[in-house]
Design a protein around this ligand. Structure first.
Ligand SMILES: [Zn+2]
Length: 131
């Protein structure tokens, strides 16, 4: 016995975009119902998030490292970047480039922290920005 094709209120033979199950529906109908549509979109978004999550993780870790620096009173002075790298800090995370109003120097801004590297790249200075 051939399996019955779902009748969903239209004459057009379709395959659900989520699971491939065939049905008869409206011309522009792509899914069996809203649950299948939600499943499909959730999956699509999960794939997108997965692509971004390593970047977000690096940003979060770098942010926490800067927070720890603040707790240990290590802001506003030059410190060795190797110590921060050991804790997971990554100076190549996406940041905004900002310019200091007082001396025109460029800083990388991540939320309420801004940092600058020494010319030889071995040291870093972190400031907290006042909001
Ligand atoms: Zn489906």
């Amino acid at each position: 016995m051939a399996h019955e094709i779902l009748q969903l209120g239209g004459p057009h033979l379709k395959a659900c975009k989520c699971c491939g199950l065939e049905f008869y529906g409206r011309r522009n109908q792509k899914f069996i119902d809203t649950t299948h549509k939600a499943n499909y979109n959730n999956q699509k978004n999960a794939v997108k998030r997965e692509k971004l999550s390593p970047v977000f993780k690096k940003m979060a870790t770098s942010y926490y490292v800067m927070e720890n620096c603040q707790r240990r009173d290590m802001l506003d002075r030059w410190i060795h970047i190797t110590d921060l790298i050991k804790e997971g800090f990554d100076a190549n995370i996406p940041t905004n480039l900002i310019k200091s109003k007082t001396d025109g120097k460029q800083f990388y801004k991540l939320l309420d922290y801004a940092f600058r590297l020494s010319e030889d790249g071995t040291k870093i200075i972190i400031h907290q920005l006042k909001s």
